[in-house]
Design a protein around this ligand. Structure first.
Ligand SMILES: [Cu+2]
Length: 330
């Protein structure tokens, strides 16, 4: 009887939901009270075969990521519905570092002579601050309501046909932080006279680990589930790090060397905007409520740094592996 209910629920899941949720249901069924599973009927076995096949396809999903959880950057069920462009405005602003920025740390690249030669003065990129302006901050719309009452979470843009390039040059990644839309191609190039091994370490997507010798053609990778942000490292050169925000829409930007950013194509509405920056174990984020009027530009400035990270200050919270699961629990 329990199995009948279980398979009925799975059928509903198949019709309405995504594979990650399905896998979670299967897992939880057989982990709790699954003793009846040893007496499956013939039709149940057929179902199980089908489900096992689907489950294999969905190994990339996780219960927290695929099951709805707290991540509001999940793809909605059903066909994609692009973010409306009518009367779209922009969110623009500046990201700054309050107080004295940590001095860049010199990286010892001597383990690879090619790196030592190409980048004798390589330094850490955790905090890139120029005159108080903070680069490499990933700014995105986390959630919100459009002027017509619909939720931004209900929309998802198709992947742009253009790819985003992640270059390995001078034994570091260029850019250090980047964003893509779900299923958008990332072109990975090796501009160095040495071998790199690029390693994507997501939570909601499959692990991906590829060696790329010098002179090899570009590799292409894409991620099929939204995830903010994915850790990327090089297995050859432990100092090489990059962060990739995978979004279901185009409503994101990365602050430049002058700290500025612009998110364009924002439909009129009220949104929670998040600015995420690496640092510490899981990064740090700031949030801000922003209203965008029709065809207008809204401003959202963010402040990081020692002075902004004092406990108790509004809008400055350490990230607890929800939005930026860099050390997630899987
Ligand atoms: Cu490398």
């Amino acid at each position: 009887m329990a199995n009948r209910r279980f398979f009925g629920a799975l059928a509903a899941t198949l019709a309405n939901d995504k594979w990650g949720m399905l896998e979670c249901k299967i897992r939880s069924h057989f982990q709790s009270g699954g003793t009846e599973s040893v007496m499956l009927t013939k039709s149940a076995r057929l179902w199980l075969g089908l489900i096992a096949a689907i489950s294999l396809l969905s190994l990339a999903s996780s219960c927290t990521g695929g099951g709805g959880g707290n991540n509001t950057n999940e793809e909605p069920a059903g066909p994609s519905k692009p973010v409306p462009t009518k009367d779209a405005g922009t969110i623009t602003g500046k990201v700054t570092y309050a107080g004295t920025a940590p001095a860049p740390i010199k990286i010892d690249t001597s383990a690879d002579p090619a790196c030592a030669k190409a980048s004798p003065t390589l330094t850490s990129e955790e905090w890139v601050v120029n005159n108080g302006n903070l680069a490499n901050t990933f700014v995105y719309i986390k959630e919100g309501t459009l002027a017509d009452g619909t939720k931004i979470a209900d929309y998802s843009d198709p992947a742009p046909s253009s790819s985003v390039t992640l270059d390995q040059r001078g034994c570091h990644y260029k850019p250090h932080v980047l964003g893509v839309v779900v299923n958008q191609n990332i072109s990975i190039t090796n501009s160095d006279p040495t071998t790199h091994n690029i390693h994507f370490m997501p939570k909601n997507n499959p692990d991906w680990n590829q060696s790329q010798v010098n002179g090899a053609p570009a590799l292409t990778h894409k991620l099929s589930h939204a995830e903010v942000l994915v850790n990327v490292k090089c297995n050859q050169h432990p100092w090489m790090k990059s962060y990739v925000g995978v979004m279901k829409n185009k409503l994101f930007a990365v602050s430049g060397e002058d700290g500025s950013y612009t998110i364009s194509g924002v439909p009129p509405g009220k949104y929670t905007v998040v600015a995420w920056h690496e640092g510490g174990t899981t990064g740090t984020q700031q949030t801000m409520e922003v209203e965008v009027k029709p065809s207008a530009s809204a401003t959202a400035d963010f402040k990081f740094g020692a002075a902004a990270e004092l406990r108790g200050q509004p809008g400055s919270l350490p990230v607890l592996a929800l939005e930026a699961p860099l050390t997630g629990k899987h």
